[in-house]
Design a binder for this molecule. Structure first.
Ligand code: NPW
Ligand code: ADP
Ligand code: K
Length: 505
């Protein structure tokens, strides 16, 4: 699936109508019918349905839904929230059809009347506002949306929960808290914005027959779904040896934080790495070795329990490096980190404290010739950009895209909807994972999986997207069967990788 902004959606629509000759009223018919079919699967004929329609094409979809339901023996009440003269074009055409089919339309005279309508219904179909919303909500939409949210009725939104912006950048809004949203043609950006996702409830896409050529190559944002993993994840060659699957080096850990590199190493081995070496402070090795028998070690000199600057590390024999987890933020460790990142001629993944050290001198990554992968969560992204977390929450797509382009790096912006960006500005949003991953160590496990993926035969962007998918899928499988979102630990996710890889082999 592509992920679109409102403008991109309008552009696709324009192409369909002007270049492909599709009639706008047909697109509206297709949208309304497809959503009506979904409504039929959720609502019984005996239930009262209230269709709230606005003045634009979202309202037009509402008239088609009402007409289709009426035709199938439902008795929808249509409540128009705008003046008659506001309804034009395709929406007016479908309003008239609904009337011709025997439907009646009521008009909201005063905002507080909405409570009476809501009290008399079981289901609300929200066709008030779609991607055409601009500025703050005007009456009566503000009061109506609040009233709908206050009552406990099954609420089904058309395209977007009314009031929720389609795009990035708006943090403050009043929006319908939908139970279901049927998104027309392609998910809008806000489906994946963490301050908007919850408003959508259970969302899915309905196709309305727009010509694929209108946008196949133009939209640079996509979702990463199971089908993509199936077609891109390399299988293990029967004649391979450990060297074929990559020698990975993990640099990090400290006396206080030995667990992180252990988890990264274990996850990387479970995700298919051929050989893993952990470079960490001497004093942490014995505890890590007990947890990770398959790894080898490169003991590093330490100072006050953290990796010190004064040492040479031979990084020449590895296929990829992951650096940063559990290494702490001491200045000396930072100096060494930047030296290694600058020197390495293989892909380098930088995570956690490594991101802090890199943020002190971003030219180190910009100047690299081999691929660089950064895996910040939103707080670390704000640090890299020297901005606020609120700003990252408001603009994750555009900030990630411009950072990747500017520094020529691959970026894995971690969160409930992790975004992978490449240096050309292409983006993929992961579709797996749950709140059980919101726990210390989850990021270390992801880094290990990504390190393994980078060393297998796949494109870098596919390696990263597959890694994020597999990490989230392991957590999803675990909360269905063995665990809950509360008790899930990062180490459980490492063990859970088996269930995911088995389904893809
Ligand atoms: N994608 C596709 O191909 C297809 C898309 N389709 C559908 O079209 C939808 C987009 O339709 P759209 O462009 O008419 O905009 P829409 O969301 O109905 O809102 C516009 C109205 O809202 C009003 N309004 C605006 N801001 C407001 C505010 N703050 N507070 C209050 N009111 C506000 C504004 O009123 P005005 O400013 O004129 O007073 C205007 O009349 C899309 O989401 C999908 O459902 C399908 O029909 C089939 C094909
Ligand atoms: N609510 C959530 N839903 C889905 N995935 C999540 C959620 N919270 C965190 N994650 C995932 O868990 C990982 C957390 O990484 P990070 O914040 O670096 O953790 P840590 O530093 O504690 O290891 C990321 O892959 C992120 O995408
Ligand atoms: K809507």
């Amino acid at each position: 699936m592509h992920i679109v902004t409102a403008n991109e959606m309008y552009e696709i629509d324009r192409f369909a109508i002007e270049n492909a000759g599709v009639d706008g009223t047909i697109l509206m018919e297709n949208a309304g019918r497809a959503i009506a079919e979904k409504v039929v699967s959720l609502v019984k004929k005996s239930e009262e349905i209230l269709v709230l329609v606005g003045s634009g094409n979202n309202g037009g979809d509402g008239f088609v839904i009402a007409k289709t339901l009426l035709n199938q023996g439902y008795k929808p009440t249509v409540l128009q929230l705008a003046a008659n003269e506001k309804i034009k074009g395709a929406a007016l055409y479908h309003k008239q059809l609904f009337i011709n089919y025997g439907g009646t339309i009521q008009q909201l005279q005063a905002s507080d009347e909405i409570t009476v309508f809501l009290n008399n219904t079981d289901v609300v179909i929200d066709a008030m506002l779609g991607i055409g919303i601009t500025g703050t909500l005007r009456p009566p939409f503000d009061q109506v949306i609040k009233a709908v949210n206050e009552v406990d009725k099954l609420t089904i939104s058309v395209d977007i929960p009314s009031g929720v912006p389609a795009d990035e950048g708006v943090l403050d809004f009043i929006g319908i808290e939908a139970d279901y949203t049927f998104v027309i043609e392609e998910p809008k950006m806000s489906v994946f914005l963490e301050h908007c996702t919850a408003y959508y409830g259970n969302w899915s896409v309905v196709k309305i027959g727009l010509p694929h050529q209108a946008y196949a190559n133009q939209i640079k944002r996509n979702t990463w779904v199971e089908q993509k993993v199936r077609t891109t994840l390399p299988s293990r060659d029967a004649f391979s040896h450990k060297g074929s699957h990559g020698r990975g080096l993990i640099i990090g850990g400290s006396r206080q934080m030995p667990g992180s590199v252990a988890m990264t190493a274990l996850a990387s081995l479970r995700a298919g790495s051929g050989l893993i070496t952990i470079a960490t402070v001497k004093e942490a090795i014995s505890s890590i070795a007990q947890q990770c028998l398959e790894a080898t070690f490169l003991p590093l000199a330490s100072q006050e329990g953290v990796i010190s600057e004064r040492q040479q590390i031979d990084i020449s024999t590895y296929d990829a490096i992951a650096i940063g987890m559990g290494m702490g933020r001491k200045k000396d460790t930072g100096l060494l980190t930047r030296k290694i990142v600058a020197k390495a001629k293989v892909p380098v993944l930088i995570d956690a404290d490594g991101l802090y050290h890199i943020s002190e001198e971003l030219s180190v990554i910009t100047n690299r010739k081999s691929p660089t992968i950064l895996t910040p969560h939103f707080g670390e992204m704000a640090m890299l950009l020297d901005t606020t977390i609120q700003n990252v929450i408001a603009h994750p797509f555009s900030l990630a895209e411009s950072f990747s382009r500017k520094h020529g790096v691959y970026l894995v912006l971690k969160g409930p909807n992790t975004i992978v960006s490449d240096p050309e500005g292409n983006q993929w949003v992961n579709t797996t994972g749950n709140a059980g991953l919101a726990k210390g160590g989850s990021g270390d496990v992801l880094s290990g999986i990504l390190l393994a993926m980078i060393m297998q035969r796949q494109k870098m962007t596919e390696a990263l997207s597959n890694g994020c998918f597999i990490h989230g899928k392991a957590a999803d499988n675990l909360v269905v069967k063995k665990h809950s979102e509360q008790d899930l630990l990062a180490t459980d996710v490492i063990k859970g990788l088996a269930s995911v890889f088995r389904t893809f082999s």
